[in-house]
Each structure stands twice: as C-alpha cells, then as structure tokens.
Design a protein around this ligand. Structure first.
Ligand SMILES: Nc1ncnc2c1ncn2[C@@H]1O[C@H](COP(=O)(O)OP(=O)(O)OP(=O)(O)O)[C@@H](O)[C@H]1O
Ligand SMILES: [Mg+2]
Length: 351
C-alpha cells in the first residue's frame, strides 16, 4: 500500500517540508513549512554545518507534527551528474554491465566514488539501432551525508531524488493536459543553484544545474553598499516589496538590472547549448520556480531575450488546499519556494 512520505528539500537558504494526502480522487496539502538555514550551512549542495542543519530539521518537524518517518530527499549541484546516453546495447542485463564499464567515459569522476542509476528512455531501437538511456550518478559521500543526517534524527530516508526530476514530477502532476504536448524548460532559480530541465512532450532531454541564483543579487547589494550578507538580504527582500528607504532605489535598481541580466544570460546560454547540440524542437514555454525567480527583473529579462513565453510553475495547481488549515496568503507568497519539496512529496513509497 502506498504510504505518506515527507517531501524534504534542504536548500542553501532554507529547508522546505511538504506532506500530501493522496486519494484516487484528490490530492490535498497536509503540511507545509519553511525554516531558514544559517549562511554557509550548505555550499554547492554539500552539508557544511550538520549541527545547524539538524537543529533546523528538528524545528521543522516540530512545526508540522507528521506521523510518518519516511522521507524523500533530493540533491543537486556539482556532485550530481545526469547524462543522456545512446547505445546499441538493449538487453537489460547487458545494459547494466555496459553502463558500469563505460560510465567513466560519461562522467568526470571515478566510478567507485558514485552511486549509479539508469533508466531506458526509449524501449525500441531507432533507425541506427540505438536506444536512449538516462544515467544518473551522484557522489557517494554526499548521498551518505544526507542519509546519515536524516537517520540521526530518527527518520527513514526512503527516496533520494534529484531536484531536476522532482521539478518534472511537479509539472507532470499539476499540468497533466500540457505535459505530453509541450516542449518546455523548467528553471528553478534557488539561492546558489539553478536547476534546468528541458522536457519535450513529457520526456526529459537535458538536465543541468548551474551555480547561479538569488544569492548573486544579495552579494551584489552587499558589495556595493559594504554591508553584511544578512543586511543585504534584508534590503533585497524589503526593497523588492517596495518598502526600503535605506538605500537609493535608483542605484538599487541599477544593481538588479546588472545581476538580473547576468543570471538570465547564463540560463539562456545553457538552453542554447542544448539546442545547438541536440537540434531539438522549438520551446513553447519557460516555467519558472524557486525563490530567485521572485526577482521580477530576471523573469522579464528571460522573456525578452529568449522571445519565449514565461510562466510561473504553480506547484499547487492541482492540489487542494483547505483555507481553514493553511494561511493562503503565506502559500501564495512562498509556494514558489516549495516546488522541489512538492515534487518529492508526490513520490510514492511501498510499505
Ligand atoms: N520575495 C523575494 N524576493 C526576492 N528574492 C527572494 C524572495 N524570497 C526569496 N528570495 C530569494 O530566493 C532565494 C531562495 O530561494 P530557494 O528557497 O528556492 O533556494 P534554496 O532552495 O534555499 O537554495 P538552492 O536551491 O540554491 O540550494 C534566496 O536567494 C532569497 O533571497
Ligand atoms: Mg532549492
């Protein structure tokens, strides 16, 4: 029987937890919480300050009081490698051997240092006799750290996913009528990492994490005004809500212009890289998510420079939220930060 699972996204700037109740007819939100993490607790997806992270984990669990111990986690950044491989080896057993032997030609690390998983994307060979296989490799030490962290507070790590696929899961679940028809790019702009997943008619074609995010904006403000990162972050959040009189708003706008163009430029460069390599179909839509996407100038620049329609990915589009249980304004404001956590909470674990 499928049981509930805690979707836990441990991000660079905050931890997000989502629990859902899924019946045949309806999926409803059961728990939603966000707890900030101290600066530099996580760097490039690696856990740097485990005691601070574990304190936040205890705090978030207290806030939501969930019964289940099963957790779905996800990882991202430079320790995760996603590759799309073409091979003439189609037999399942041979494929496993082939991938193990050949993995080092696809990923830049020693095979013994990574956990490997793969999945056939096409069952039937194409004209050149090849099938497409998705290869995912993740550094063992990083996965083990997450595993130990969660176990240390009595939870059971049932699933370790990667951010980009959790995002795809959210898109599939919330936009079922579009999923198999559209060619889209999902862009999750976090604090330090931006996840990109290019999906053509329901099939992922390209996945990449780039080291850029909302933190760039904070750092630019911090450098320009000689402020601490915390002070700059407060100005950023306040200023973007239009209530900061601490700094000259024209100057601040200039900084945002610069950083937004740079972030949008890097994201579009990555998408262009895929399009020149793979000569894929035209892209119908860019879906944005993550806290960094709340900087409206980034969204604006992405739309202007690409000429592609940009839309926010609503992680609760197809999820029922009881207004007696949740503060709807809070969810409207912060839901975009919870996309990965929703994707994880949608995963099913067999008991
Ligand atoms: N209202 C807002 N306006 C502008 N930026 C915001 C707003 N709310 C959050 N952010 C920014 O969004 C970023 C956090 O987003 P998110 O929670 O998606 O990242 P994360 O998951 O913690 O980090 P990562 O995915 O990079 O590990 C921070 O840089 C934060 O300053
Ligand atoms: Mg994130």
């Amino acid at each position: 029987m499928a049981v509930n699972i805690i979707g836990l996204d441990i991000g660079t700037s905050s931890m997000k937890l989502v629990c859902l109740k899924q019946t045949k007819k309806l999926t409803s939100l059961k728990s939603f919480a966000i707890v900030p993490l101290p600066t530099e607790s996580i760097v490039d997806g690696a856990l740097m300050n485990t005691s601070a992270i574990s304190d936040s984990l205890v705090k978030i669990l207290k806030e939501v009081k969930v019964k289940t111990k099963n957790v779905a986690l996800s990882i991202s950044g430079h320790s995760v490698f996603v590759r799309f491989i073409r091979t003439t080896t189609v037999n399942d057993d041979e494929l496993e051997e082939h991938i193990k032997w050949d993995a080092e030609s696809y990923i830049p690390v020693n095979i013994n240092d990574v956990y490997i998983d793969f999945q056939k994307l096409t069952g039937v060979p194409d004209q050149s006799g090849e099938i497409e296989v998705l290869l995912v490799a993740a550094k063992r030490n990083m996965v083990d750290e997450y595993d130990q962290l969660v176990k240390s507070i009595g939870l059971k790590p049932a699933i370790v996913d990667i951010d980009a696929f959790a995002l795809q899961n959210v898109y599939e679940f919330n936009y079922p009528n579009r999923y198999n028809d559209e060619n889209v790019v999902i862009i999750n702009i976090g604090s330090a990492i931006t996840n990109i997943n290019i999906i053509e008619k329901g099939i992922s074609k390209f996945v990449r994490d780039i080291s850029i995010g909302g933190m760039e904006v904070t750092e630019a403000v911090s450098q320009y005004y000689g402020l601490s990162v915390e002070e700059a972050e407060n100005i950023k959040l306040g200023a973007l809500q239009g209530d900061s009189n601490l700094v000259n708003s024209k100057e601040l706008h200039g900084i945002y212009e610069d950083v937004a163009s740079r972030i949008a430029g890097e994201i579009l460069q990555t998408i262009d890289y895929y399009r020149t390599q793979a000569a894929g179909d035209d892209i119908d839509r860019l879906y944005l998510s993550g806290g960094g996407s709340k900087v409206e100038l980034i969204t604006k620049r992405l739309g202007e420079s690409s000429g592609i329609q940009v839309e926010y990915l609503n992680p609760f589009n197809n999820i029922n939220i009881d207004p007696r249980m949740f503060n709807i304004d809070f969810i409207r404001e912060n839901g975009i930060l919870a996309t990965v956590a929703v994707g994880l909470a949608l995963r099913k674990v067999e008991s």
